[in-house]
Design a protein around this ligand. Structure first.
Ligand code: EZ4
Ligand code: CO
Length: 403
């Protein structure tokens, strides 16, 4: 078998997606997700100018060799753009291999370790009572794990809490970055109040999660983790920016609140110390940003010997194709933790037909051969690329903050 053609399809059925489609000389094709939210066209150029020309004619069954060829062969290793390009190619190659074997991908990885994957979904609100109502409503849909975010009183909506702040469908499409306002002083005492109220309202038979979105220092995160201990969170996510991996030592020394990090990581080297020193409980890498199925498998296997569990990032900007790849890895991985699932617009579901499905608080892979997701190019053609940026955050005095 040989790679005959590789297409890169960019479309915005509510937000932009970059999709790779590899076509072989035997008529089989596979698809992969290569989306980097807000920097889509950089990946398109990387693929078109530097990856596709050197893969035409190669044997698509040599997945590991192609991964190494693109990783080591570039000389300039790692980075979100390079790794998203590698991820898109890798996912499409695994899709082809599993289709050629006429098996669902999880079978090639070692077979099922579970039948269904627990998910968590997001609830945000402008005040605590709005969040409580949202969590109760989500609970009614059968969810067993829910992430809760609340706005800071007196400030405009922050991440995950209001329309246009990354919560509303399509709220990300904007020609220049929107600016949010941040206050650590106002946030720190607010979040324990939110979870105190939530436990009163929803009880203890549900997992509750919270995403700090990289905005605290280690000692502040340690304080927050301690203050949240009575409410038994499933995890505290991205408590600090994680470039400084040893920063987590300080948080870990002070709190038993479980810690999750890794949605912006792109290789095992970004989490090597966090995992081997057991500084975290969940590693949040995802197929589209951390090297495809090959990258995820390597990181999760490494994590398994340190009691660290998988928790693939799964927001709306991780396409249904990457979600399919995540779910097949989730179905196999012995140290599975949870799968994030934010849902998609109807147009996104239509553009990416997929065999995976939701059953209450769980996702199922389906039994189609390959990873089971595809792209409908006719539908994609109806939704051209739209310039879009993620927001930025500034403190009340104007200082640029981590968003
Ligand atoms: O802000 O995917 O846990 N989920 C998140 C996401 C990220 C977006 C960025 O593109 O933090 O909502
Ligand atoms: Co997050």
């Amino acid at each position: 078998m040989k790679i005959r053609e590789i297409k890169v399809i960019v479309a915005s059925p509510g937000r932009n997606f970059v999709t790779v489609k590899i076509i072989t000389d035997e008529g089989l094709h596979g698809v992969g997700d290569a989306t980097v939210n807000g920097r889509e066209k950089a990946v398109v150029a990387y693929l078109q100018d530097h990856v596709i020309p050197i893969l035409i004619g190669k044997d698509p069954t040599r997945i590991e060799d192609i991964w190494q060829y693109l990783y080591k062969g570039a000389y300039w290793r790692r980075g979100p753009i390079t790794m998203a390009a590698i991820s898109g190619i890798d996912m499409a190659l695994w899709d082809i291999k599993a289709k050629a074997a006429d098996m669902p991908l999880y079978q090639l990885l070692g077979g099922a370790s579970r039948d269904k994957m627990m998910i968590y979904q997001h609830v945000g609100g402008l005040d605590i009572e709005e969040v409580v109502e949202g969590v109760l409503a989500k609970r009614e849909t059968g969810l067993e794990a829910i992430r809760a975010q609340v706005s800071i009183p007196g400030l405009p909506p922050i991440y995950g809490t209001g329309k246009g702040s990354n919560q509303g469908m399509g709220g990300m499409v904007q020609a220049a970055p929107m600016e949010e306002v941040w206050s650590t002083r106002k946030y720190m005492p607010l979040i324990p109040k939110l979870f105190d109220r939530l436990r009163d309202a929803v009880g203890w038979d549900v997992h509750l999660l919270h995403d700090v979105h990289h905005r605290l220092t280690p000692i502040e995160a340690a304080r927050l983790g301690k203050d949240l201990e009575p409410f038994r969170l499933f995890w505290l996510e991205d408590a600090v920016q994680a470039e400084l991996q040893e920063g987590f030592r300080l948080i870990r020394q002070h709190t038993t609140t479980p810690l999750a990090v890794g949605e912006i990581f792109n290789t095992i080297w970004d989490c090597q110390q966090l995992i081997s020193e057991q500084l975290i409980d969940y590693i949040r890498v995802t197929s589209v940003h951390a090297g495809g199925v090959t990258g995820l498998r390597r990181i999760f296997d490494f994590a398994s010997i340190y009691h660290v569990r998988s928790a693939c990032h799964g927001p709306m900007d991780v396409s249904p194709v990457a979600m399919a790849a995540n779910l097949h890895v989730d179905r196999w991985v012995p140290n599975f933790g949870i799968q994030e699932y934010s849902g998609y617009t109807e147009a996104t579901h239509e553009m990416f037909p997929h065999s995976w499905s939701q059953d209450g608080g769980y996702l199922l892979t389906g039994e189609a051969s390959g990873h089971g997701a595809d792209i409908d190019e006719t539908v994609a053609a109806r939704y051209p690329y739209e310039p879009a940026y993620l927001p930025v955050a500034r403190a009340e005095d104007g200082t640029l903050w981590s968003w």
